[in-house]
Structures are given as C-alpha cells and as structure tokens.
Design a protein around this ligand. Sequence first.
Ligand SMILES: C[S@@+](CC[C@H](N)C(=O)[O-])C[C@H]1O[C@@H](n2cnc3c(N)ncnc32)[C@H](O)[C@@H]1O
Length: 222
Amino acid sequence: MSAIQNNQDIEQIYKDNLNFWDTAWTRVTKIHKDPPKLPYIHEVARKFKKFQLKKVLDLACGSGWLSVFLSKYNFDVTGMDISEAAITLANQWKKEDNIQNIDFVCGDIFEMPFPEKTFDAIVLNSSLEHFRYDQAKIVFEKISKTLVDKGFFFGCFDQVGSGKGEYFELEDSTHVYTDDMRKGMMLRNFTDEELKGLLSSFDILSFDKNTYGSRLVWARKK
Ligand SMILES: C[S@@+](CC[C@H](N)C(=O)[O-])C[C@H]1O[C@@H](n2cnc3c(N)ncnc32)[C@H](O)[C@@H]1O
C-alpha cells in the first residue's frame, strides 16, 4: 500500500474509477427488475408520502431500480448517473414498462445539472463510498443547493473496505482496487463522525444501522 499525493495521479485515479463504472454497466446485458429486498426503501417511500413530497432525485441511480421503485408511489422521479451505459439501461427499462413519471439523466454529481432548489427530496443509495473524503464534502454541498428549503435527504452508507481484494490507499484511506474484478474502483469507509460532519447543513432526523451494518440516514436541510 502506498499513499498518493500528486494531483495528476489523483485525477487519473478518479477517471479510472469512472471508467470502471461505465465498463461495469456496459457488461450488463439484462436489466434486473426486482428491487433488492431492503426494508428501508419502503420506509423511505412512506416518509416521502407522509410529507407530501413530489419531486425526488435519485443520485448516482445506476440502472435505476430505486427510481423505478419510487415512481410506483407516484413521485416525479429523476434518476441521474454519470455512466452513459447505466442511463441507457435505465431508459430501456422506462420504455419497456412505459413509465411516465421518471426522467433519467446522464450527469456528474460535481456539475449537478439542475437549478438550485429543484427537488423536495434527494436519495443517495450505496454511492458515497465511491468518493474520496474531499469529494464527499462537495457532494453534500451540491445536494444541499439542489434541495428546496427544508428539503429532505435520505442516504444509505455501506460499511465497506474490510473484505478481500488488492488495492492501494490514498492519503484519506480511500482504497483503489487493482485486482481484475474491480480494477480502478475507489472505495472508502465513512465513519459515523465523518457522516455527521458532512451533514452539517442538515438536521439529522434519524441515524440508524441495518442488519448489514449500513448507516441509514434521514435528514432535513436546515
Ligand atoms: C454502487 S453504484 C450504486 C447505484 C445505485 N444507487 C444503487 O443503489 O444500486 C454507484 C453509482 O455511482 C455512479 N457514479 C460514480 N461517480 C459518479 C458521479 N460523479 N456522478 C454521478 N454518478 C456517479 C456510478 O456510475 C454507479 O452507477
């Protein structure tokens, strides 16, 4: 393991990580339409209903399973992911099932291609782990700006990085995988204290742990 400091290296490592995602999504030939059996997604939909939220952004949506799940509750859902291959799959799903209340957009969290205060709620599911700590700070600034005043945030933050695999480490302990399976993928474990710090512009409404050890965070913009 070695620490990388050079900015050019850091940029290239991040590009390789994005390339990992696009390649991974390109390999998906069949869309898996069954949502994972995760009890919290029903709770998220129930809460959004309770607060009569309408416009929901599923950030880093992948091929869109959570967007599709939420669309069944009649929210106006936008799913955004940086991978063109993922958004192509998501749009294929939308077309096949003739879903009217979803838009899928190919875009970068760091550019956030929406006007300020667009969404009543933003969900970020199992994705923050793929950013460095300095990037995660920007992710939450973007989320906060894109939410309406008093808008809601739900995040699932997985416990990662303790399994097998070959990788080197960046200064902030982000793992950069070098084995064939995950070559280029970045993975970082965020501590509870870090998550709470990243959410400093939010009131944290609940901070739970599920049976997989993932942090489930429900929060409201201050
Ligand atoms: C682990 S997947 C999670 C996908 C989905 N949220 C889920 O729960 O299955 C992480 C996703 O983040 C996307 N991603 C990575 N960097 C991104 C960025 N800068 N902007 C938008 N999406 C990004 C990847 O393309 C990938 O689809």
